[in-house]
Design a binder for this molecule. Structure first.
Ligand code: SAM
Ligand code: TMP
Ligand code: ZN
Length: 412
């Protein structure tokens, strides 16, 4: 898998030259939690990010085969966060009120995971279908009466659904489009499956927030693209669609929700031009901006490792909180193993009693956090900080301190 650092990489959207600006080194699969038996065969690839000269899309320079990431044992369960459950109930309600009002409406979700959004559709009696290649989480959705096809969404599978079930009024994807290198096939699938007036909505971590917050941990195998309004608009136009609305979202450390329609089918809102103007004023996709982001990443690595080494020298107990996919990038890039962070607490059953990818830090159940409280907790799930700090108030009351590394290393 690992190619030479200086090989020319072509853009997965337009074929242009991709200019690498950040090298995060050898990395394991971010969501592959291991048992002792798995350690010998662990898969590694080279994680680096570049930007296309042609269409401005920011993307990984190396692609991990999708079957290695999305399979029966994919551990991420979307419903683990109460904030995210509310978030998806809200967008479902909006679709029900504004897009799914005709006779026999049909909604399709790409990457429905455990059914966190489609649950609302099922409860409202709306015809729906989720595409979910990871059969373990798909089964969790199905057990709640949600209709799921255990498949990758792409041109062939989308066309099969159109033939069997007709076209969809809404196609929705959260935290999934950025996972899919083969977007051309996805757009051909959307073209086959979406009604003439239908809307294709997706939301993903936003390059603008990643740069502003130096949140380099948003970069890992599954996050193949770091979208901006400019790059999404260019991709949409290339594939026959138009960007007709955008919304900034606070979840997952800052995202944008993109609304796409067939060219000419809907009038773009002023929010699109506004965000595009903001991106050009900030020179968001200038290579100089991206290179200075990379300098900021090096600074975070130096500060975080210096802090953890100092705490170890002082004999402090440090544990991690949230065995996120993001934390694979941080621990492997910064060289953080069990000697610096004794274990990581996490609510996900499929991660508990396993070792984190690459650095092999033990993952323990969330209840172990208080047994006894550590001196410091490194908050890997910083995107859920409000929810987590609210439920772990006793930790701070007992004198515990949180370590955060976004937007810079600090202690609260
Ligand atoms: N939508 C949920 C959310 O926002 O919490 C789940 C997001 S999860 C990070 C990404 C999901 O996309 C995984 O469940 C994965 O199996 C699924 N996925 C990956 N590639 C896909 C594809 N081509 N079509 C449909 N789902 C895909
Ligand atoms: P995410 O940042 O990709 O959503 O992953 C969040 C991880 O953190 C996931 O493994 C679940 C875990 N988690 C907890 O352990 N406790 C919590 O309260 C929350 C919200 C998440
Ligand atoms: Zn390109």
């Amino acid at each position: 898998m690992t190619g030479p650092a200086n090989a020319t990489v072509s853009c997965r959207i337009c074929g242009g030259v991709v200019d690498e600006f950040l090298d995060l080194g050898r990395q394991p699969l971010s969501d592959r939690f291991l048992t002792a038996d798995d350690l010998a065969g662990e898969f590694f690839y080279r994680l680096a990010v570049g930007q296309c000269h042609g269409c401005s899309m920011v993307q990984l320079t190396e692609e991990v085969p999708r079957e290695l990431m999305f399979h029966e044992a994919y551990p991420y369960h979307s419903s683990g966060s109460s904030v995210m459950r509310e978030h998806f109930a809200r967008i479902a309600r909006r679709f029900l009120d504004s897009e799914l009002t005709g006779p026999d409406p049909f909604v399709v979700e790409i990457g429905c995971n455990d059914g966190i959004m489609l649950k609302s559709m099922q409860e409202a009696g709306i015809r729906h279908l989720g595409f979910e290649p990871s059969s373990g989480v798909a089964e969790v959705a199905r057990a709640q009466g949600i209709r799921v096809r255990t498949d990758f969404f792409e041109a062939s599978t989308a066309t099969a659904v159109r033939e069997a079930e007709g076209q969809a009024d809404v196609i929705y994807a959260a935290n999934t489009m950025c996972h899919i290198p083969y977007l051309e096939s996805v757009f051909r699938g959307v073209d086959a499956l979406l009604t003439e007036r239908g809307v294709f909505v997706f939301e993903d971590p936003y390059l603008g927030d990643i740069v502003a917050k130096t949140s380099f941990d948003q970069i890992y195998d599954e996050h193949f693209y770091l979208f901006s309004a400019g790059s999404v608009r260019a991709a949409a136009e290339r594939f026959g669609f138009e960007l007709v609305d955008v919304e900034r979202l606070a979840v997952h450390g800052g995202e944008v929700r993109y609304f796409l329609a067939r060219r000419g089918a809907r009038t773009p809102t002023p929010a699109v031009a506004r965000l595009l103007a903001e991106e050009s004023a900030q020179q968001l996709t200038d290579i100089a901006t991206l290179r200075s982001f990379a300098v900021g990443v090096e600074r975070v690595r130096a500060d975080l490792t210096a802090l953890l080494h100092r705490l170890r020298a002082e004999g402090r107990r440090v544990v991690g909180y949230g065995a996120t996919a993001k934390s694979a990038t941080v621990t492997n890039f910064c060289g953080i193993g069990p000697e610096l962070v004794a274990y990581v607490c996490d609510t996900t059953p499929g991660k508990q009693h396993h070792l984190t990818p690459g650095r092999h830090i033990p993952v323990r159940p969330a209840a172990d956090f208080a047994d006894p409280y550590p001196d410091y907790a490194l908050l890997f799930a910083w995107n859920h900080a409000e929810e987590i700090m609210a439920k772990e108030q006793e930790f701070q009351a007992a004198g515990g301190k949180w370590i955060l590394y976004v937007p810079e290393v600090h202690i609260v």
